[in-house]
Design a protein around this ligand. Structure first.
Ligand code: AMP
Length: 114
């Protein structure tokens, strides 16, 4: 499945999206089908397919994604009430786009899985 190209095109601004933040390492943009009042995706600019592909070389990218997600949560004023950061992996994890991404969800009381 080549659906990771969607995120590559968003990063390169080849298709329109509401980019919230971008630097040399990550891009954050509104989810097209939001599951909460705030639903932002944070993606690495370099292609990483799934969480299984995090390795010694790219693990600093993940720390930066997490850091930026939290800065955005603060900017969007959801950090005090709280939020979820979710990474889905492969079939059982419900990963539809095969390009590693964090979901930042907030702005309402979110259901928990456990
Ligand atoms: P996941 O199930 O974890 O792979 O999540 C993929 C997410 O990407 C879903 O929440 C989709 O709504 C979102 N999505 C798919 N296409 C786009 C797009 N073009 N722009 C923004 N978000 C998208």
């Amino acid at each position: 499945m080549n659906n990771h190209l969607i995120f590559q095109k968003i990063i390169r601004k080849e298709i329109s999206s509401n980019i919230i933040y971008q630097d040399k390492i990550v891009t954050a943009f509104d989810d097209i089908n939001p599951k909460a009042p705030i639903h932002i995706l944070i993606v690495p600019n370099c292609f990483i397919k799934t969480a299984n592909d995090i390795n010694k070389k790219n693990k600093n990218v993940i720390a930066h994604m997490f850091y930026i997600a939290i800065q955005i949560a603060k900017e969007k004023k959801i950090s005090e009430d709280g939020y979820k950061i979710i990474v889905n992996c492969n079939e059982n994890g419900g990963q539809e786009i095969h390009y590693l991404h964090m979901h930042l969800l907030g702005g309402t009381k979110l259901k928990t899985l456990y």
